[in-house]
Design a binder for this molecule. Structure first.
Ligand SMILES: [Zn+2]
Length: 474
């Protein structure tokens, strides 16, 4: 392997190519003719299977929302474990202690504002953020302070913030998302969702509201993780954030806010870890994965029952085709991606001694839109070795391999040098539904789901069977 890498590096530097190339001889050593013939078979089988769709259907429609610590999350663990056992995999439930936060009542009204008609108030649409503290059961009433950034909040300082409900009115940039930069658009606003409560509480605020972290103007609130701040925290719709911002330019705006979520002690839950043992290198592992928990508002179809279903399809097609991987294919359905990341943390800790045997990990956690390929976290010398896989994936428009974020559940493995891949879905409309009550089964296009499954299965099958593992980051 070292010689191969040296050759690649040398040839690339001599030719001043932007990306190192692999010679045909190198690739022939890496991929047997048998493997090259199998790749399109795996791809086609997944493209024409409805197994992933059936799994998505059951997880979302039959089981429903799967918040960490909920009975539905437990039902999903048992269902996926049972399905993978039925496919012939060796299944283990690996223990994870997960947070248990449960939504309560959530209402808000503007009770005082410029131009108010006598005896009326205006009802707002909002939803509590994960980890939000509760108000008293009859709510709190306070003036609203609208800010457009952390900087503005800090500049105003405690004297202006104390006793107020702070509204972070930072819009999700829909044009940025439309241009294929949805992750960037989301990153900008989700900072406020995650850290707004803490920043506001530090200056004495009694509540924190963040403008919905997502696109689509259907007056819909987007929940999600927020760092525990000890004050009630909620996502308010874009429309209502605009309303409050407009009114507050004219004069004081006072809000009555009621949020009654509860935080309970941690609950025992599980990652589902299912192996199809390798015939030559059973100790070497290639992970395919998605996360089993979801938010509680919708049924978590795009986030992320789709990812679990896509990973399960990889195992299904390999079994249907009666193929036997050289390395172990491991399906992981992660628990608690959303609130604390306790699933991937537990996995990394429990498998610490065996990380060197993890030869690759793949995750799907950006919905089920048409995949253009994969985001990768691999050393530069590994990239040219993927070319035969790209040649197969090109037929379905999924040949891209671009360095980037590969997924939060496999991030600890990635950090430890394991080559990782994240399906690069079309996310132009992902954040319309993400973490909302509208994240439901109907949002997934069955043929695009199958495309995702085909891309993951093809890549996973290749990585299970190449002559040598991909080079790892040092
Ligand atoms: Zn997710």
């Amino acid at each position: 392997m070292k010689t191969l890498i040296a050759t690649l590096l040398l040839s690339s530097s001599l030719l001043c190519l932007a990306q190192p190339q692999a010679s045909e001889a190198d690739l022939n050593k890496f991929y047997t003719p048998e493997l090259l013939a199998q790749l399109p078979q795996v791809q086609q089988a997944a493209l024409h299977s409805n197994y992933a769709l059936q799994q998505l259907d059951h997880l979302t429609n039959n089981i429903g929302p799967r918040a960490a610590g909920s009975p539905q999350a437990q039902a999903a663990v048992e269902y996926v474990a049972g399905e993978l056992r039925r496919l012939g995999l060796q299944v283990k439930l690996e223990k994870v202690m997960v947070p248990h936060w449960v939504r309560g009542l959530e209402t808000a009204e503007l009770v005082q504002y410029p131009g108010q008609a006598r005896g009326t108030h205006q009802r707002l649409v909002l939803t509590a953020l994960g980890n939000s503290a509760a108000t008293p059961s009859d709510g709190i009433t306070a003036d609203v302070l609208v800010v457009s950034s952390f900087h503005e909040l800090n500049r105003l300082g405690a004297d202006n913030v104390r006793g107020k409900i702070v509204l972070f009115n930072v819009p999700f940039d829909e044009r940025e998302a439309e241009m294929g930069l949805a992750g960037e658009a989301y990153g900008t606003v989700s900072r406020y969702r995650g850290g707004g409560g803490v920043a506001a509480a530090r200056l004495g605020a009694v509540g924190a509201l963040v403008r919905a972290a997502g696109g689509a103007d259907f007056r819909i609130a987007h929940t999600g993780y927020s760092a525990p701040a000890g004050i009630p925290s909620a996502s308010i719709t874009a429309e209502d954030a605009e309303l409050v911002a407009r009114l507050s330019k004219e004069g004081p705006v006072r809000m009555h806010l009621t949020l009654t979520p509860a935080t309970y002690p941690d609950v025992e839950s599980y990652n589902v870890v299912a192996d199809l043992k390798g015939s030559e290198h059973p100790e070497q592992v290639v992970i395919v994965s998605g996360h089993l928990d979801s938010w509680d508002l919708g049924t978590g179809a795009i986030d992320d029952a789709a990812g679990v279903a896509i990973a399960m399809e990889t195992a299904n097609v390999i079994q249907q085709l009666k193929l036997h991987p050289k390395r172990t294919l491991r399906v992981v359905a992660w628990m608690d991606e959303e609130l604390r990341g306790s699933g991937h943390d537990a996995y990394f800790k429990d498998h610490q001694a065996d990380i060197a045997n993890h030869v690759a990990a793949i995750e799907s956690d950006s919905g089920a839109g048409h995949p253009a390929g994969f985001q990768t976290a691999i050393p530069p010398e590994a990239a040219p070795l993927l070319r035969p896989i790209q040649d197969v994936l090109r037929a379905q428009g999924a040949a891209a391999m671009r360095p980037g974020h590969t997924g939060s559940d496999i991030a600890p493995l990635s950090k430890a040098g394991v080559p990782t891949f994240g399906l690069m879905q079309d996310t132009r409309h992902y954040f319309d539904y993400h973490h909302t009550a509208a994240d439901t089964f109907d949002k997934v296009d069955p043929s695009e789901l199958a495309e995702n499954a085909a891309a993951m299965a093809t890549l996973a099958w290749a990585l299970c069977n190449t002559d040598q593992p991909l080079p790892r980051a040092k």
